[in-house]
Design a protein around this ligand. Structure first.
Ligand code: ADP
Ligand code: MG
Ligand code: ZN
Length: 489
């Protein structure tokens, strides 16, 4: 994006630091549970309480998860990485330091691809991904004093640091969405920004278009939704351009996004790495991962969102739009593919028909009921069967909508429902013909109109016959029979 201000073009430069909370069962360096919502200070032990003399032990699952992420984002995996102490005082950090990785992170030099609105793809570099632990929580609103909850201390996080390759607030949004998609496909993070499982700090600067050198950056924190990331960046980009335009300069600082007022407010002047007095943690041995072990993790990599999207286009001949929607989450993509089972040896037409049902009625109901796909009341195979039943003429598309509604309530197969409720489509002309004659007899004026050239009334007759047969007559046959009768004399 370039932004024009009084003839000068500016270009934003953005790099994101994303924290993702890992779905391990225990904490990063002790056996305490990571379960959310437990009573305050109940998921704790001497290690995560920062008692003197205790020793942390690394959770192997955390290493597996970060290596999965590194491989999924094309990083090289450092065979020997170390932990560092990041020292700072905070009431909810009893140790007085966070265990993190500083000088030798486990993943480096990767990239992810985002899909730009114009259809092109763009690579966003990943500088590094490292392991660290979360801090606790200060609670200010439950007592006149501040309360401290240590439950979250030691909960494993990975931090994904991007290169300053992002050039607009929109691209930042797309990058973050892609990161969310990847971590949820991998099953290593639930991706919920509102609940803090995915957190993002946005670094942004602006420069005159064409300039080589980056401008001074600020860092915006407290972005707890995708929408805020985009809005806050737009605000901050314009704030910086205004500063430069008024011959002022951008101060390197950390800002907080104030969502209520739609502005950023200064939080503190930017701390530097040396402020943290990083040094290698003497309590933890280096993390050594060898090639065979990494190869084992690589084998567990699932098909990733972009690959799956591309395969949907290729294999099922779906439009790009459908493939994008259907692969947004792994669960939805799984649902779609399970729904294809009954039509699997069918034609591309059936694949598209199943896609229409999933993107249409299925997603509509899931959204209305605010449920995830794994809770969806209709099993996916039934959606595939429903499409098959429409295609072989057992029911009309219209009746199928009714069957769908019944399936939401009664967990039965569409074939059983059609049988039980007598919803089968009538294609037997000898059953439909008398109804056609009755309707034509009932509306002589419209018959005259048709014969006088106003053939549009055909639709009216079809509607009447469909209504008289409670929607069960095969609409194509109804159409043919009416036309034949009307054109006869
Ligand atoms: P710091 O030491 O201030 O934390 P880093 O070099 O670690 O800075 O970078 C943090 C993030 O800021 C990275 O995502 C990086 O891509 C981004 N970044 C670095 N320089 C700039 C800049 N001039 N403008 C925008 N983003 C930047
Ligand atoms: Mg940083
Ligand atoms: Zn503990």
């Amino acid at each position: 994006m370039t932004t024009v201000a009084e003839g000068i073009q500016y270009e934003p430069v953005i790099g994101l630091e994303v924290h993702a909370q890992m779905l391990t069962e225990s904490k990063a360096f002790c056996a305490c549970s990571t379960q959310f919502g437990r009573k305050a200070n109940h998921n704790v032990c001497p290690v995560c309480l920062g008692m003197p003399g205790v020793l942390p032990v690394l959770n192997k699952k955390l290493v597996e998860f970060i290596v999965l992420m590194g491989l999924a984002t094309n990083c090289s995996i450092t065979s020997r990485s170390i932990f560092a102490r990041k020292n700072y005082f905070y009431p909810d950090l009893p140790k007085g330091y966070q265990i993190s990785q500083y000088e030798e992170p486990i993943c480096r030099n990767g990239f992810v691809e985002i899909d730009l609105p114009d259809g092109n793809r763009k690579k966003i570099g990943i500088t590094r991904i490292h392991m660290e632990e979360d801090a606790g929580k200060s609670i200010h609103d439950q007592d006149e004093d501040t309360l401290i909850d240590i439950n979250r201390c030691g909960v494993p996080l990975i931090e994904i640091v991007s290169e300053p390759d992002i050039r607009s607030a929109r691209e930042a949004y797309l990058y973050l969405s892609k990161i969310k998609q990847i971590v949820t496909y991998l099953g290593i993070c639930d991706g919920n920004m509102e609940e803090g499982s995915l957190r993002c700090d946005a670094n942004v600067s602006v420069r005159k278009t064409g300039d080589e050198q980056f401008g001074t950056k600020t860092e915006v924190k407290n972005l707890n939704s995708f929408r805020y990331v985009e809005k806050a960046l737009e605000y901050e980009i314009h704030r910086q351009i205004d500063l430069l335009e008024s011959a002022d300069h951008v101060v390197q600082e950390t800002l907080l996004w104030d969502a209520d007022n739609g502005i950023v407010v200064p939080m503190r002047s930017k701390e530097e790495a040396h402020d943290y007095r990083y040094f290698p943690d003497p309590d933890l041995v280096p993390v050594v991962v060898d090639e065979p072990w990494i190869a084992g993790i690589r084998e567990r990599l699932p098909e990733l969102p972009t690959e799956r999207r591309d395969r949907f286009i290729e294999e099922y001949e779906l439009p790009r739009y459908d493939a994008d929607v259907l692969t947004v989450t792994r669960d939805l993509a799984d649902y779609y593919e399970a729904a294809l089972q009954p039509v699997k040896d069918g034609k591309e037409k059936s694949y598209k028909a199943v896609s229409n049902w999933v993107m249409g009625d299925v997603l509509r109901v899931a959204n209305e009921r605010a449920i995830e796909m794994d809770q969806f009341p209709i099993s996916p195979e039934y959606i595939g069967e429903l499409v098959t039943l429409i295609e072989d003429g057992t029911i009309s598309g219209k009746i199928a909508k009714d069957v769908f509604e019944i399936m939401l309530e009664e967990q039965k197969s569409p074939a059983v429902i059609i049988q039980e409720k007598g919803m089968k489509q009538v294609s037997d002309t000898s059953e439909i013909e008398p109804v056609v004659q009755e309707i034509l007899g009932k509306y002589p004026d419209q018959v005259a109109e048709y014969r006088g050239g106003k053939t549009k009334v055909l639709g009216f007759f079809v509607g009447q016959v469909m209504r008289a047969t409670k929607g069960k007559a095969n609409p194509q046959i109804v159409n043919d029979l009416i036309k034949k009768s009307l054109d006869a004399e």
